[in-house]
Design a protein around this ligand. Sequence first.
Ligand code: B12
Ligand code: SF4
Length: 495
Amino acid sequence: MNVLLLSMPDSFEHTPTVSIRMPNGALTSLAGNVEPHHRIAVADLVLIQKRVRATIQRLMEEIQPDLVGLSVMTFQRKTAGKIIELLRSLRPTVRIVVGGYDPSMAPEAYAGSDVDFIVRGEGEVTFRELLRAIETDRDYERISGLSYRVANDFRHNPDRSVSGLDCREIRLPNRQARVLSGYTMLGRQVDVVETSRGCTFDCSFCSIIAMRGRQFHTFSFDRVLADIRDARAHGARAIFLVDDNITLNVSRFEALCQAIIEARLNHLDYIVQAMTSAIANHRETLVPLMREAGFRYVFLGIENILEDDLNFLRAGPKNARREKGRNIGNAAIQAIETLHRHKMYVVGGLIVGNPEDTRQSIEANLEFARRYVDWPYIQHPTPYPRTPMTKDFYERGLIINENSEEYDGTTAVVRTDHLAAEAVEFLRWRAERWMKLRHLPAVLFHSPWFTLRNGPKMLGHIFRGATIKSLLGLENEKKAFERYRAIRKAERAYA
Ligand code: B12
Ligand code: SF4
């Protein structure tokens, strides 16, 4: 069978495509896990954000797919709908399957669209079985994790339990299947690698718990190293370890750093997400090893610096500093200072605009970011389907916007008890631009040619909507903010 797999073109405010274009790890993993007689092509549409229609037309012509698969996050739902219409108009008989976080958590949102199948949860085995079923046009009812159309309705088979990852059930990704190029992390070709899946915490804003349950499974180091080597052989010079929470098992993470060093794979730049508690509480052992292994950017899930907000986000435990078995406060500052001491950069993940937030509490978080983080990754609480936070927001009547395409993390779609959503977004937008500007010299130092070539575009992205007048304080900043929002809205018309 000919199969085309697509990830959506919609990108995120803090990972602008001028400097960051990541591959979608799900699609190559699916491609690596089908039977060898299928012909699979993977296209990450974020690489051709401005030529989505023309590229899809071309690929449909060249590949003549029997099945097209789309990987979709919630804020990409609308774009996915448009792409589905386009696919149908180009090839009315093509079968269409959707998967990823949004179809898994909100399959009902796809019932009215023209898709044939929904793969819920982990996809490799379900997708492999689906291809087999399509070939013989039977046995759909036996595939766990699959929803399929029967007449005008969807039949939802029972969920598939998550894979233990240790039984060779999930083979390495197939990067050869990619048909577009141009992945980058600040000028270095980037790829994604998984070393584990899942997390046992239960932060209220995170989709992972509903997706996988509170479970943590790991791949063997041999497999991880083989995956990194394969990414390198395909040109990668930077690797994003996309584990949900690699710091859940610190001694394993330390051993992994050691394995990377011993395998001489530490010349690559690594990017990883981490808990502040793990970094602070293991600062003497873990952090120097991370440095030696080549880690460069660490995304810290700080979430918020105020206790009440952390309680709302259920993110207190993962940010706790511990000594002699006792909690002794927040770990964020110690984690950041340790990473800085070992010459790593901190991408600071914060969430502002929680139900009880006031102007002062938001400003306190922005001030923290200004003072401590290298690249701000500040978001607003976003009620993604089936997260505990979503239920809270509904019960409090704080959701003011239900347009899924605006659930991109930096559009405030909920208000607080004290502030309008737009006021929250304005505070974030106004502060963040200057923090981002401050990081550009470090980028210039690391990737001079890339920064010289793309500097104007990078600045243009950071300061969308601003004019000389607004930057000099000769125009009300609210006007520049309105222009920024209008540009952002126009950008969303990818398809
Ligand atoms: C790495 C990552 C990123 C990276 C790279 C994204 C990329 N290029 O794919 C970066 C940092 C750029 C990023 C940004 C964002 N992300 Co992100 N990200 C992740 C993370 C940590 C891992 C994703 C991953 O690669 N997993 C490994 C692969 C193999 O697993 P998978 O994606 O789940 O795919 C499996 C199944 O879902 C399924 N599947 C997936 N697609 C398809 C398609 C088909 C056809 C089939 C059959 C099956 C299938 O099969 C796959 C294999 O088992 C997740 C999860 C988490 N816990 O936090 C969040 C997550 C996906 N991100 C999320 C969000 C919201 C975002 C942002 C909007 C904001 C943010 N929170 O940072 C931006 C926007 C991204 C963009 N497109 O610009 C949410 C999505 C929530 C939702 N309901 O949509 C998640 C779940 C985190 C959360 N907060 O809960 N992200
Ligand atoms: S620690 Fe990270 S992955 Fe785990 S539940 Fe919290 S946000 Fe999600």
